[in-house]
Ligand binder design. Structure first.
Ligand code: FAD
Length: 375
């Protein structure tokens, strides 16, 4: 055996694992079937702009250890995610729902005025349901109306949610929206975490830093030569799809995915913000990302006369597409649990990351999980 660990997948899980194992003097080989390392956080340089090829990624955490660790690999900038929504009424609203949103929608200027308006709208929704003989919200639409009222639901939730799920809100279960947090302050910061940002110079710096000094083989699919790869190391760290690892013997796990339409524009500043949500059902895409705003601030935006935007289309997943979001419904969960039972019996394979655990993870919990493994 030439290596202590064969790490399948050069994404954030695999790269962090390799980095920490190397620090302990372990010999690691990382393989990835893609032509680049980084997994879904990989960025492509287009016109000097780091384009988030697999969807916009914003690192955020309240875990000081995770923040210090990633910053020890590459310092992070001060990017703060403040998305804006283009609504069916033609207006732009700040997200998440906060005093700026309420001021734009109703002209209310104080938290008390906003609260009164929200209470009035919620009350109207509940009374309407009562009049129709409905005791409990039967679907997502009724749930949202009782939680936040008609105006915000119709302008900022309905169209977006229907595009995201590919189904009418009246056909979606109520439990998808358990609560709709509102902020009674003028604060457009999307995250509540203590720390957030983007690696200075882009995510590839983070991945390159983690993989520094480690042997990496790209365009190398574990399943294309499984016997060979299994013979090169004492242990395997597997971050690919768990159903594929077990030959789909209990069936395929399902995902939802996103299709990106990326365009270079001769315009230094197309939408003035990194993230603009389109909440109208008449616009086919859910969001437009303008990538330069993740890393250039103030007038530095104009240093590059061009910009790159990506329109995002929420799409049903079929085999061969990028598996992005696990569909954690009863059927998929039951299938996953069968694979998980097999995985728990393995003595020389560690399963980790979003595909092997069939779970949506943000980046910070992935790093935290690997740090904990090494503790
Ligand atoms: P991955 O990045 O998917 O890495 C797995 C790697 O394994 C891939 O490179 C793949 O090619 C490789 N692989 C798979 N099978 C094989 C095989 N058979 N042989 C060889 N290699 C193989 N998190 C945040 O914190 N903030 C965000 O804003 C954010 N935005 C997101 C937006 C989208 C659209 C998505 C999908 C995710 C987002 N995330 C975000 C989550 C983030 O992408 C994940 O936390 C992170 O990528 C997980 O890393 P991973 O190593 O588990 O998986």
């Amino acid at each position: 055996m030439k290596y202590d660990y064969l790490i399948v997948g050069a994404g954030l899980f695999g790269a962090t694992f390799a980095h920490l194992a190397r620090k302990q003097g372990k010999r690691c080989l990382v393989i990835d079937k893609r032509p680049h390392a980084g997994g879904n956080i990989y960025c492509e340089d287009i016109e000097g702009i780091n384009v988030h090829k697999y969807g916009a990624h914003i690192f955020h955490t309240s875990d000081r250890e995770v923040w210090d660790f990633v910053n020890s690999i590459v310092p992070f900038n001060r990017y703060t995610n403040c998305p804006v929504a283009q609504a069916p009424d033609g207006k732009l609203y700040n997200l998440p729902f906060n005093m700026n949103t309420f001021y734009r929608m109703w002209g209310v200027k104080t938290p008390a005025e906003a609260q009164a308006k929200l209470d009035e709208q919620r009350h109207e929704a509940v009374e309407r349901m009562k009049a129709d003989g409905i005791a409990e919200p039967r679907n997502l639409e009724e749930q949202a109306l009782t939680l936040i009222g008609k105006d915000i639901y119709e302008q900022l939730i309905k169209g977006y949610t229907e595009k995201q799920w590919g189904r009418k809100c009246t056909e979606l279960p109520a439990f998808i929206i358990r609560r709709l947090p509102v902020r009674m302050i003028f604060d457009n910061n999307y995250f509540n975490d203590a720390y957030q940002g983007i690696p200075i110079g882009g995510y590839n710096r983070l991945i390159d830093g983690l993989l520094d000094g480690i042997e990496v083989k790209l365009d190398a699919d574990f399943f294309a030569d499984r016997c060979h790869w299994e013979s090169v190391a004492d242990k395997i760290v597997f971050t690919g799809k768990i159903d594929e690892y077990y030959g789909y013997r209990f069936g395929r796990l399902e995902y939802r995915t996103v299709r990106f339409e990326t365009e270079i524009l001769d315009n230094p500043n197309y939408q003035g913000n990194a993230v603009v949500n389109h909440t109208s059902a008449d616009v086919p895409y859910t969001r437009v990302i303008e990538h330069k705003h993740f890393e250039s601030f103030g007038n530095a935006v104009y240093d590059n006369p061009k910009t790159v935007i990506s329109r995002e289309y929420s799409t049903e997943w079929t085999d061969g597409m990028e598996p992005f979001y696990p569909v954690n419904d009863a059927r998929n969960q039951a299938v996953y649990e069968q694979y998980q039972a097999l995985a728990e019996q393995e003595t020389s394979v560690i399963f980790g990351g979003r595909l092997a655990e069939y779970k949506y993870y943000d980046m910070a919990p992935i790093v935290a999980q690997v740090l904990n493994l090494f503790k």
